[in-house]
Design a protein around this ligand. Sequence first.
Ligand SMILES: CC(C)(COP(=O)(O)OP(=O)(O)OC[C@H]1O[C@@H](n2cnc3c(N)ncnc32)[C@H](O)[C@@H]1OP(=O)(O)O)[C@@H](O)C(=O)NCCC(=O)NCCS
Length: 179
Amino acid sequence: MEYITVTDPTDAGRQLDALAPVYEAVFGEPPYLEGPRDVADFLERYQREHKTPGFRLVLARDDGGLAGFAYGLPLGSGSGWWSGFLDTDLPEDFTREDARRTFVVMELAVLADRRGHGVGRALHAALLDGVTAERVTLTVRPEAPAAAWYERLGYQLVGLTRPWDEAPVYQSMIKPLQG
Ligand SMILES: CC(C)(COP(=O)(O)OP(=O)(O)OC[C@H]1O[C@@H](n2cnc3c(N)ncnc32)[C@H](O)[C@@H]1OP(=O)(O)O)[C@@H](O)C(=O)NCCC(=O)NCCS
């Protein structure tokens, strides 16, 4: 398996056609059951996110094509990331952001028939390789197998959140990064 890190915004933008079918297949599965509207939202989101300074994309590719991908970006100071929590009030010194403190894993996806061979772990490691943030965060559906998977990677629960109106409940997780 080859792992390719893309940080150039133009190159990252060009990858979207390859990412879309993998996203559609992976997040069409339970518990996500995402449909065309959700895939369109992903495309729209990615078009914005890949232009953010500090954006990183990692592709896992072999002879069979794209097996998975991961991408993420730093949290900017105006981010609403730490709002919408349902079960906890986070202190201001925890939620303060400056585009350097926190890196977000936005998406991590491996095709079902390529799982269980270390691809996800390698994508996660490559995504964070060289990231200088103090901490990494993500949200995951509590009922998804990925929630336990992230715990195994050292992430801890921050609380439950509903990131936008009508969104399902997600759990927010965080992990310190070594400088
Ligand atoms: C989560 C996901 C990326 C993991 O990818 P993967 O390639 O199967 O993961 P790996 O093979 O690298 O797993 C690494 C380790 O986790 C373990 N593991 C696998 N599934 C697990 C689970 N459900 N719970 C706990 N540990 C798990 C493996 O045994 C392996 O352990 P080891 O390194 O000690 O042998 C993949 O399952 C996926 O794409 N899921 C659907 C999309 C998703 O939910 N993404 C995350 C939310 S955005």
